[in-house]
Design a protein around this ligand. Structure first.
Ligand code: PMP
Length: 435
């Protein structure tokens, strides 16, 4: 390692607090699907940065142009009307499920989810929240109470925040087989409401397709139907966390469409800022009106200094325009089919692959030591991902405790056929060497 590289790493260790995971690789530039490190090595980024922000590729000219244009007014106090925010909000309303017309803008997925839950609580005048096991919603103390207990060690439990099992058919929590299970996981929502809450449930928050949990999603649309009916019966707001899946990742604009879920609020992040901090909570007008009402200063209580900044919203608009122009959903579907086909071929070849999941350009391989026992091949998955990285392909690994055996890909929509082929060929080799 060159001495100047070592120096940066030393300073990093001394002064910087890292988040998830650690790697001493120093990336310095990117173009399209390719990122380059300080040593000049190139990588195909099959994760679009941190699971999505770079979905339009690095150095996207349209994003860069939007940044340059808006730089004379990057920020205004959020109380003012700001044109890029109005324009983006109108565009978001147009692409959102019917009835979801009003947007709140933040900086990250976590703050959008906090906003959604606050909105649900204010609207319903209730305080309890239900989420799914192994969910990932963000790193605030409130949201961590809805995620894995391991992630909130040392933090308080929020009274009234509870979790139910997701629709994880490959490892059904109820030991059932689909079909024929009568959607016990969906029905668990009502059982929990009846037997574990005080009848004070404001929101059910779910990722339509769980990202960090390893691409876990219901087998058909009946799950969403049961969940929706239950929420309507008990006056509960359905919050769909689409921070990973929104804006076309699954081949549909929203993964809610994929699983057939009718949400009251959708949250989005990652992709929407094209690499810049931007998130959205899109909700029904009547919910928004109860929470963020007009000019009354008493209702001006929910905002972030940088939330909805003109520069971020101008970028958001450019991202959305460009996505629609290039037909990103069709690209996600087409390239997604390629990834799934190749991954299924790998499954036929490598016994270590227990399950292949999509949808769209959102593929996951679950590795197992034995297909019968389904014992998780966690060390092997880490070895495969590391090996691919050393050979210039970035894949993701579910890092949450007890999961680590799911290899994930969510490359930019603009990944080329030859980049995709090269990435999967290297994965094939790495799986061969993982035995
Ligand atoms: N929801 C989901 C589904 C996510 O994957 C993430 C980030 N991994 C978040 C919320 C939190 O987003 P952020 O890190 O931008 O706060």
């Amino acid at each position: 390692m060159k001495p100047e590289v070592e120096k940066i790493i030393d300073k990093d260790r001394k002064y910087v607090i890292h988040g998830w995971g650690y790697s001493s690789t120093i990336f310095v530039e990117g173009r399209g699907t390719i990122v380059k490190d300080l040593q000049g090595r190139e990588y195909i980024d099959c994760m679009s940065g941190s699971a999505g922000p770079m979905s339009l590729g690095y150095a996207n000219p349209r994003v860069l142009e939007a940044v340059r244009k808006q730089m004379t007014l990057p920020h205004v106090f959020h109380g003012y009307v700001n044109i890029p925010r109005v324009e983006l909000a109108e565009k978001v309303a147009r692409i959102s499920p019917r009835g979801l017309t009003k947007s709140w803008f933040g900086c990250g997925g976590g703050d959008a989810n906090e906003t959604a839950l606050k909105a649900a609580m204010k609207y319903t005048k209730k305080k309890e929240v239900i989420s799914l096991y192994d969910a990932y919603h963000g790193m605030t103390i409130g949201l961590q109470a809805l995620m894995q207990p391991r992630l909130r060690e040392g933090l308080p439990i929020i009274p009234g925040f509870r979790q139910i099992p997701p629709a994880y058919c490959y490892r059904c929590y109820y030991g059932q087989d689909y079909p024929g299970c009568d959607y016990e996981c969906a029905r668990a929502l009502e059982t929990t409401i009846k037997h574990e809450t005080y009848g004070d449930v404001a929101a059910f928050i779910l990722e339509p397709i769980q990202g960090q949990a390893g691409h876990v999603y219901p087998p058909d649309q009946e799950y969403a139907k049961i969940v929706r009916e239950t929420c309507e019966k008990y006056g509960i707001v359905v919050v769909a966390d689409e921070v990973q899946t929104g804006f076309g990742r699954t081949g549909k604009m929203w993964a809610c469409e994929y699983i057939g879920l009718k949400p009251d609020i959708i949250t989005a992040g990652k992709i929407v800022g094209g690499g810049f901090p931007l998130s959205i909570a899109i909700m029904r007008d009547d919910i928004a009106e109860n929470v963020f009402r007009g000019q009354d200063p008493m209702f001006w209580w929910h905002s972030l200094t940088h939330g909805g900044a003109p520069f971020a919203c101008a970028i958001g608009s450019a991202v959305l325009d460009y996505m629609l122009e290039i037909g990103s959903m069709e690209l996600a579907e087409r390239m997604g089919e390629y990834f799934i086909r190749r991954c299924n071929e790998l499954k036929n070849k490598h016994q270590i692959i227990g399950d292949v999941r999509g949808p769209g350009l959102y593929t996951a391989l679950e590795l197992v030591k034995d297909r019968e026992t389904k014992e998780k091949a966690t060390d092997e998955a880490l070895k495969v991902v590391k090996n691919c990285f050393e050979r210039g392909v970035i894949f993701g690994l579910s890092l949450q405790a007890g999961i680590g055996n799911v290899i994930k890909t969510k490359p930019p929509f603009t990944i080329t056929q030859s980049e995709a082929k090269r990435a999967i060929d290297i994965l094939d080799d790495a799986l061969e060497n993982a035995k």
